[in-house]
Design a protein around this ligand. Structure first.
Ligand code: ADP
Ligand code: MG
Length: 240
């Protein structure tokens, strides 16, 4: 089966000349439907760059980025934006909700931008909020919710409309342990339901929610393991 996400020999160079930074140096990486892959590595190793390129928020200097078989590199800006609205859900560390919109309006936004009717977008948003256990809070504004609730809204927004690639960059970074685990459980459940997930984390305990763990250092994959917590600890110490 073809992977839902496939990065082939991807490089990303920032700047030029004396200030040139090689954020990614030829990475090949896949995530299949039903699979959650954790990405670990020291600060500056290229984890966020990998994720923004996989999500079409940044473009590689060279290489191919296939999402559901479509190479994002070959698309124009509008085409990439369309892929982001229909195939790719992104969850950031800071929830990135629109403060002036309610939870339901935040979740409906990508669908409305995609041109489906407001009524259907609203119905899908309600269903996605139910899925993350926030059906009751649909009409609240972000500043009327806890951090964990806001991050669950962000997950609902990332999955609404059956998007099948979920990219999460340290999504639990601002949350307490218990709330963080709940957020990871929701991402795991989405992958069990057929999405492909990529989770950037620096905590071995969180990587245990994944099916496998990929370790980056200096823009390359240096190691890979299953998600057994002991293996993750041993490998993260070995590749740090
Ligand atoms: P991580 O998420 O693993 O901490 P990043 O992907 O954010 O790493 O960064 C990888 C490298 O690329 C770092 O050296 C970082 O300083 C550099 N970098 C990232 N974004 C930019 C940018 N927009 N301009 C210049 N350098 C950048
Ligand atoms: Mg980062």
């Amino acid at each position: 089966m073809n992977p839902l996400l496939h990065l082939r020999d991807v490089t990303r160079v920032h700047g030029s000349g004396a200030t040139e930074v090689h954020a990614l140096r030829g990475i090949t990486f896949s995530a299949h439907a039903g699979e959650l892959v954790a990405v670990m590595g020291p600060s500056g190793s290229g984890k966020s760059t990998l994720l923004t390129i996989a999500g079409g928020l940044d473009s590689p200097t060279s290489g191919a980025v296939l999402v559901e078989g479509t190479d994002l590199v070959g698309l124009d800006t509008a085409g990439r934006a369309r892929m982001r609205r229909t195939s790719i859900g992104y969850v950031f560390q800071g929830y990135n909700l629109v403060p002036a919109l309610t939870a339901a309006e935040n979740v409906a936004l990508p669908r409305e931008l995609d041109g489906i009717g407001a009524k259907q977008a609203r119905a899908e948003a309600r269903a996605a909020l139910e899925e993350v256990g926030l059906g009751e809070l649909a009409d609240r504004f972000p500043d009327e919710m806890s951090g964990g609730q806001q991050q669950r809204v962000a997950i609902a927004r990332a999955v609404v409309g059956e998007r099948r690639l979920i990219l999460a960059d340290e999504p639990t970074g601002a949350l307490d342990t218990e709330t963080g685990e709940e957020v990871l459980r929701l991402i795991r459940a989405r992958c069990d339901a057929g999405a492909a997930g990529v989770l950037v984390t620096h905590e071995a305990r969180h990587a245990a929610w994944a099916d496998r763990v990929v370790f980056l250092r200096d823009g390359v994959v240096v190691d890979e393991t299953g998600a057994d917590p002991v293996d993750v600890l041993v490998h993260s110490e070995a590749s740090a």
